[in-house]
Design a protein around this ligand. Sequence first.
Ligand code: HEC
Length: 162
Amino acid sequence: MPATYNIVVIGFVGSLGLAGCDNSTSSNSQPQADQSVSTEADVPSRNQDMQQILRGGRLYQQNCATCHGKLAQGATNWRQRDEDGKFPPPPLDGSAHTWHHPTTQLTEIIKNGTLDRGGNMPAWKDQLDDQDIADVLAWIKAQWPDEIYARWYRNDQRAKNR
Ligand code: HEC
């Protein structure tokens, strides 16, 4: 993603807490409850496929942990550009903005990386197939707290219905 995008999102998260960055879509017919603080009752059922999550975890540790951290905690200075003007690897554990992206976008970022868009995320499409990427994403999402997962889930549903 372009670096400017990161700045916008980070500024937004900083000023509005966990409000979705996807407000441009709020004009569709989705209920406004999407913008409110979610409760236990809103939590969609989580992926229970432990085989998939374990497989994704192995792929994550082999390919992603060197940059994003063993626990997907990201680089400590992920909000600040490196000397090269690019952003360090962000956390993928639900504490940054990964959950703002629907699965189609996350898959695209992992497949193609961001090198050709001025970022430092390598492309994985030659090393990981669609199933591998789905498994890695299952592991990443399994790291997210219920409330973050619920917010991601609503964004993802909106993206599918667009
Ligand atoms: C060489 C270091 C490196 C490796 C290895 C790496 N990444 Fe990244 N990743 C980055 C950087 C740097 C960014 C930020 C990109 C930007 O600012 O354009 C990023 C961004 C991302 C994002 C977008 C996050 C967001 O919040 O928007 C996802 C998702 C992601 N990486 C997943 C993965 C997965 C899955 C793997 C393993 C298959 C992986 N990365 C391996 C460096 C890496």
